[in-house]
Design a protein. Structure first.
Length: 192
């Protein structure tokens, strides 16, 4: 029986952006909605969630990600605007969106997805929308409308600019106190 690792590919965010996203959470958590807010240390731009992966596949995945991102140039990404999936009126996932750098983040995602498809990983059917997940709504109708209204009121929230110069591959172990991430690899953007 092979060891399986819950694996995802992401871009780290600097502490200033984490702090600002935490300030947004503080504004939103005043509603009675039951939301599992993301701890600042666990915030990142998720590029692709691979699910349970055979541990022996990890080197191939790291290699594919490195090949995908190497030709791309580092870029600035702006974290801004509060929003929710599927929509603010019915929030299930609360997030901070992107301003400047959104197109480059989509290009980064698409390049990784293209390389991983060669290893047999399915492409997402939905169009990739870069976002920073800050909360997941529990099944609770109470406070949902208030939360949606607060999300709309913070649509112009600004979390700051950071530079994307590498992509990280993590495993995620879900424990009672939340997830524990372990770095499996990283790949630099080396283009000009």
């Amino acid at each position: 029986m092979a060891d399986l690792l819950r694996t995802f590919i992401a871009v780290e965010i600097p502490s200033e952006v984490r702090q600002r996203a935490s300030q947004l959470i503080d504004r939103l958590r005043v509603t009675p909605a039951k939301v599992k807010w993301v701890a600042p240390k666990h915030m990142h731009w998720t590029l692709k969630f691979l699910g349970s992966v055979d541990i022996r596949e990890i080197p191939k995945i790291c290699n594919a990600v490195a090949q995908a991102v190497e030709p791309l140039a580092p870029f600035d990404i702006e974290a801004c605007g509060a929003g929710a999936f599927p929509e603010a009126a019915r929030p299930r996932t609360v997030w901070v969106g992107t301003g400047e750098g959104s197109d480059q983040m989509i290009e980064l995602h698409d390049a990784i997805e293209h390389e991983l498809a060669k290893l047999g990983y399915r492409s997402e059917s939905r169009k990739y929308r870069p976002h920073l997940t800050i909360g997941r709504v529990r099944q609770s109708p109470e406070g949902i409308e208030e939360l949606g209204e607060l999300v709309r009121q913070n649509a112009d929230f600004a979390s700051g600019l950071s530079t994307v110069y590498e992509v990280v591959i993590y495993s995620s172990d879900l424990g009672r106190d939340g997830p524990t991430y372990e770095l499996l690899g990283h790949a630099e953007l080396k283009g000009h």
